[in-house]
Design a protein around this ligand. Structure first.
Ligand code: UAG
Ligand code: ATP
Length: 488
């Protein structure tokens, strides 16, 4: 419980009506959650405008309402606060409500199109091994040390985020590592959060359904570095051409990492096999268990963060070399009878798919056939569908196009969008199988001794989202069962 006037301390109030010395029991931006004593924040959304629910919130006895536009009629017994931006106000108020938890630990945010989950997972594991209590906020799951807290978003809303950070502080966490999505930046989910550092992994074509243009997407990512304080570091992948743009206006101390240039943190990829990576980082050779050239970037980024947080470089490298990957990220099984390698990967963007397939191409032998099963999600960026089909064809011997979370779109229509990317010369090696289970089974039937099957797109997810319902579905399990049933 906090006084409204205390919660509002950092907020620029344009107008206020009603007492400010009232007690606020909790904060919500959903009128359906309002109970007596709750502060309701009206937010403009993609579907509806939260301002349309102010009367409902007042009727449910909200103690106060924060909004960008006051209603024509003010309900009695409710304090109304007008602000310029509800999202920003929500962030600042949520931080104040929970006693600014982000200032009580060292919080590092990771942003970029790919590599966020892997990076924060590596950092969480690394700092646990270094002996700290550590929090993690990620797409797959949130964690306080080994306690798992289910995750609904890559970056939670401002109230959930501050509540989670508060829990981490109370559990004695000295560090927390979190993913910062571009959606979160636009919606100001991290407003009021104090970061000790920020990491930029890379940026490629994604989420254009939400951001509209690539420039807007870049701007959203850049705004994370704009908000970092002077006391923070900004660790940037120098091999991504948008790296320097990210830190054009940052106050943070800028550091770069690279596999190609001489920068603050430098690595060289010596070998990349199905058994792991052989790297040279800052002049020291290490063998890591992670597979794929892109993981060299994730390892180097994690190393850079640890060194910037004043950890011992040698100890950091020793621990990094012992770490496993995050769930569903180049996860693999090898079948018993025919030694078929089945790889499950979360790659659901053109760049990630290209990376995974390039990795497989680098580590395959000429005798191994590479079969890719891939789909594209519904109600998301449609532009990437033909691009992903083309990449799959270019870098595989056989391709099975299928469904992947069609959501409210017709799966057949998504498949047809993907088929447009298949070049005439590739028609022969491409099949379309609408049902994902059947598609995986078909791949297993086509696979011969020692071949490689990549099932891309869902990784750790254990469901298929069809018309608002999440049906249980686990790529790795389906793959394993199909190989077993076929006696392979
Ligand atoms: C596109 C998007 O980001 N949507 C988020 C947004 O929802 P919205 O804009 O659709 O909200 P809305 O339904 O229009 O409602 C507007 C406001 O009215 C309120 N409302 C609504 C109805 C009502 O009866 N009463 C009421 O008060 C709502 O609570 C909301 O505050 O605000 C909601 C509350 O914070 C989020 O849960 C929701 O995330 C949805 C579920 C989502 O899928 N988001 C994804 C795209 C997302 O954020 N992804 C990124 C990661 C992307 C990546 O890198 O892969 C993430 O950080 O997770
Ligand atoms: N640094 C990287 N550069 C390019 N691709 C990467 C990188 N790291 C991982 N990937 C690929 O992208 C996939 C997604 O990785 P990861 O989950 O770590 O990224 P993410 O940014 O968290 O994505 P999302 O928010 O969609 O979960 C991986 O399975 C891998 O194929």
């Amino acid at each position: 419980m906090q006084l409204l006037q205390d919660i509002l301390k950092d907020v620029t109030v344009l107008e206020s009506h009603g007492p400010l010395d009232v007690q606020v029991e909790s904060i919500t931006f959903d009128s359906r959650q309002v109970q007596p004593g709750v502060l309701f924040v009206a937010m403009r959304g993609v579907q509806v405008d939260g301002h349309d629910f102010m009367a409902k919130a007042a009727g449910a006895k909200a103690v106060a309402i924060v909004c960008e536009e006051l209603p024509a009629e003010l309900a009695s017994g409710v304090t109304y606060i007008k602000v310029k931006n509800s999202g920003q106000a929500l962030g600042l108020m949520a931080s104040a409500f929970y006693g600014h938890p982000s200032r009580k630990l060292k919080l590092v945010g990771v942003t970029g199109t790919n590599g966020k989950t892997t990076s924060v997972t590596l950092l969480h594991k690394l700092f646990r091994e270094l002996g700290y209590h550590v929090g993690m906020i990620s797409t797959v799951q949130n964690q306080i040390d080994e306690e798992v807290i289910p995750s609904t978003h890559t970056t939670p809303d401002a109230v959930s985020l501050n509540a989670l950070l508060d829990k981490m502080v109370k559990a004695g966490c000295a560090y927390a590592f979190m993913e910062v999505s571009s959606h979160a930046m636009v919606q100001q989910r991290v407003a009021g959060i104090t970061f000790a550092g920020g990491v930029f992994t890379n940026i490629t074509h994604d989420h254009l359904d939400y951001h509209g243009t690539f420039d807007e997407y870049i701007k959203a990512k850049k705004s994370f570095f704009d908000m970092l304080p002077a006391s923070a570091f900004a660790l940037i992948n120098a091999d991504d051409k948008r790296g320097p743009v990210m830190v054009q206006n940052t106050k943070a101390e800028v550091r770069y990492f690279s596999l190609r240039k001489v920068t603050d943190f430098k690595a060289r990829l010596i070998d990349n096999t199905l058994q792991g990576l052989h790297l040279e980082i800052d002049g020291h050779e290490i063998w890591a268990k992670l597979i794929g050239a892109f993981n060299a970037y994730n390892l180097l980024g994690a190393y850079g963060v640890a060194v910037l947080l004043e950890e011992d470089p040698m100890e950091t490298l020793t621990i990094l070399s012992s770490l496993d990957t995050a769930a569903g990220r180049f996860d693999y099984i090898v079948s018993e009878t025919e030694q078929i390698t089945g790889i499950v990967d979360y790659a659901h963007t053109p760049d990630a798919l290209e990376n995974v397939l390039n990795t497989i191409q680098q580590i395959r032998t000429p005798l191994q056939t590479v079969i890719t099963v891939v789909g594209c999600g519904g109600n998301r960026d449609a532009g990437k569908r033909p691009v992903m089909a083309d990449i799959a064809c270019r870098l595989s011997d056989k391709v099975i196009l299928t469904s992947d979370n069609p959501r409210f779109e017709e799966p057949q229509a998504i498949l047809e969008d993907m088929q447009k990317g298949v070049k005439p010369l590739d028609f022969k090696k491409t099949l379309s199988v609408l049902d994902r289970r059947e598609a995986i089974r078909t791949a297993c039937m086509l696979a011969g001794k020692g071949d490689i099957i990549l099932v891309a797109g869902k990784g750790h997810e254990t469901y298929q989202e069809i018309k608002g319902v999440k049906y249980p579905f686990d790529d790795k399990q389906v793959l394993q069962e199909a190989l077993q049933q076929l006696g392979k």
